[in-house]
Design a protein around this ligand. Structure first.
Ligand SMILES: [Fe+2]
Ligand SMILES: [Fe+2]
Length: 471
C-alpha cells in the first residue's frame, strides 16, 4: 500500500482509481494547479533540468529517488503514511474511541477551517519565493530552493486531496480558492500574515525556511495526532518532507554566519560589509524579524478555538503520546500577561493554553538551532558573539502582546523607547537594501557568492560542483 502508483495521471498511494468520482474531480483540479504553477511558481526556470528527489514509497528511509527533471514534469501526488490498524483517538473528549475515517458531522466546519488554513500556506510560500532563482548564490542553493518549492506544491496536493475527498462541494470550492489567493496581494491575500511578507533575498529565504517552515513542522506534528485519520496520515508524510526544508534554512543561515565571521576577521575595521559580506548584526535582525512573525502563527496565547480543537480530538499537542494526561481538564498553566506595565502570571485552563504549549515547543526547537549556530561560531574561533533568540513577546502582531512593546528579552518598554530602538532590533530599509544589493546570481557549478560559505557536502552524496541545475 505504501508503494506509490505512478501509472495513474495523479501519482498516489491511496488507490485513487477505485474512487472514480474523486479521481475525476482531482483530474479537473490538476490543470488549474499546473496553470497556477506556471504563473506563480519559480520564475524563469520551468524549462531547466533540476536535480530533484521524488517520493517513491512512504516507507521509512526508502522513499526518495533523485534525478534531473523539469519542474512542470515533477510528479506531484497524494501520499499518505500507512494506516495504523485499530488506531484510537489519543486525547480530548473522544479519547479511546476509534479514529474517524470520515468527517464527523459536528466538527465539519472546524476541521475544514484547520485544513484550509494549513493548505493556504503551501502555495503562499511558493509565491513568496518565486523570484529568488534570479539571484541564487550557487547552483546547489538554487536546487534546494526548487526542491522546497515543488514539495510545497505537493503539500498543497496533500491538503486538496482531503478537501476533495472528504468535504464535498464546499471542499472543491475551497480547493479552487487556494489557487486564487496570492501572497502579498491586497485584494486577495493569503490567510496568515507571515505568508504575505515579501521574500526577495536569500537571507530572508534561509530565515523563512528556518523559522516559518518550522512553524509548519509543529502544526503538522499537532495535526498528525488528529483523530481524523486521513489528516493524521497525510501530515505524517508531510513531516518527512518538511525536515529537508528546515535543513536548507538552518544550514543556509549557518553558512552566511561563517562567511560573515571570515570577512569580519579579514577587514581591518572588523566590518564584514566592507568586504561585501553580511554583518552579524544584520543577520541577528533578520532572525528577530522572522522568529517574531513565525511565533504569531501559533495564534493567541489564550484561545477558546484551541480548546475546541483539542476537546474534539482534531488537533493534539506536540508528541501527545509523551504526555501523561490526555484529557487536560482541571489542570492549568501560567501565562504571562501585561498589566499596568508589569508582567504578571495568570492561571489559564490548560485546554485554552494549547496554542501557547505548541509555541513553547517551537521556541525550544528554535533555541536548539541557535545553540547549533553558536557552536559553529565558536568553531570559527570568534569569541564574544552569540546569536540570540528573542523572547516570544517581542514584536508581536497577534495575541495578548500585540498592542504593547517589548525589548528582545521580553521586558515591557514604552512606545517612545520602541521607536528609538526598533532600528537596532529589526532590519531597517537600509539593511534590506544592502542585503538586496549583494544578491547577484552565481550559476557556475561549484562556485559560491562572496557573502556565503560553501556547504560542507553536496546533495545525495554528490560533490558541491555537481550540476544541480542545468543552466
Ligand atoms: Fe509545506
Ligand atoms: Fe516547508
Amino acid at each position: 500500500m505504501s508503494r506509490i502508483n505512478y501509472t495513474d495521471s495523479i501519482p498516489n498511494n491511496v488507490d485513487l482509481s477505485s474512487d472514480r468520482r474523486l479521481q475525476r474531480a482531482l483530474e479537473k483540479w490538476q490543470p488549474a494547479f499546473l496553470d497556477w504553477w506556471g504563473d506563480m511558481g519559480p520564475e524563469g526556470w520551468q524549462a531547466k533540468d533540476v536535480y530533484l528527489r521524488t517520493a517513491v514509497s512512504t516507507d521509512k528511509g526508502g522513499w526518495a529517488q533523485f534525478g534531473h527533471v523539469q519542474m512542470p514534469d515533477y510528479r506531484w501526488g497524494i501520499f499518505l503514511s500507512d494506516r495504523i490498524p485499530d488506531r484510537k483517538v489519543g486525547f480530548g473528549d473522544h479519547m479511546g474511541e476509534d479514529v474517524w475515517q470520515e468527517v464527523p458531522g459536528e466538527y465539519r466546519n472546524m476541521l475544514q477551517r484547520v485544513i484550509v488554513t494549513q493548505a493556504d500556506t503551501e502555495p503562499a510560500s511558493v509565491e513568496q519565493q518565486r523570484f529568488l532563482g534570479a539571484t541564487a548564490p550557487s547552483l546547489y542553493d538554487l536546487r534546494n530552493l526548487f526542491q522546497v518549492n515543488v514539495e510545497e506544491g505537493r503539500h498543497l496536493w496533500a491538503m486538496v486531496y482531503l478537501l476533495h475527498g472528504y468535504f464535498g462541494r464546499d471542499g472543491r470550492e475551497e480547493a479552487d480558492e487556494l489557487l486564487e489567493r496570492r501572497a502579498g496581494n491586497e485584494d486577495k491575500p493569503r490567510i496568515l500574515d507571515a505568508f504575505n511578507q515579501p521574500c526577495s533575498d536569500w537571507l530572508t529565504f534561509f530565515c523563512f525556511t528556518t523559522f516559518t517552515d518550522r512553524d509548519g513542522k509543529f502544526q503538522l506534528g499537532a495535526l498528525a495526532e488528529s483523530g481524523f485519520d486521513p489528516l493524521s496520515r497525510t501530515c505524517k508524510f508531510m513531516l518527512t518532507e518538511e525536515a529537508h526544508h528546515l535543513f536548507v534554512g538552518e544550514k543556509g543561515v549557518e553558512r552566511i554566519i561563517r562567511r560573515s565571521i571570515e570577512l569580519t576577521k579579514e577587514d581591518p575595521n572588523g566590518n564584514a560589509r566592507n568586504l561585501g559580506g553580511i554583518d552579524l548584526a544584520t543577520i541577528q535582525k533578520f532572525i528577530n524579524y522572522w522568529f517574531s512573525y513565525s511565533v504569531d502563527l501559533f495564534g493567541s496565547e489564550v484561545s477558546s478555538n484551541a480548546a475546541d480543537f483539542f476537546a474534539s480530538g482534531l488537533k493534539g499537542r506536540w508528541n501527545e503520546g509523551k504526555h501523561d494526561d490526555h484529557v487536560a481538564l482541571d489542570v492549568f498553566r501560567n501565562i504571562a500577561h501585561l498589566e499596568n506595565g508589569k508582567i504578571v502570571d495568570k492561571e489559564i485552563p490548560m485546554r485554552n493554553a494549547m496554542n501557547e504549549l505548541l509555541r513553547d515547543e517551537y521556541a525550544r526547537d528554535c533555541a536548539k538551532v541557535m545553540a547549533r549556530w553558536n557552536k559553529a561560531i565558536a568553531k570559527e574561533d570568534f569569541p564574544d558573539f552569540e546569536i540570540t533568540l528573542p523572547n516570544t513577546r517581542f514584536h508581536r502582531r497577534q495575541g495578548i502582546y500585540a498592542n504593547a512593546h517589548f525589548s528582545p528579552d521580553g521586558t515591557p518598554i514604552s512606545a517612545e523607547e520602541w521607536e528609538k530602538k526598533a532600528g537596532e532590533w529589526l532590519p531597517s530599509d537600509a539593511d534590506r537594501e544592502y542585503v538586496k544589493s549583494l544578491m547577484k546570481p552565481v550559476y557556475e557549478a561549484g562556485k559560491m557568492a562572496n557573502w556565503i560559505a560553501p556547504p560542507r557536502r553536496g546533495i545525495n552524496g554528490n560533490d558541491i560542483n555537481f550540476d544541480y541545475v542545468r543552466v
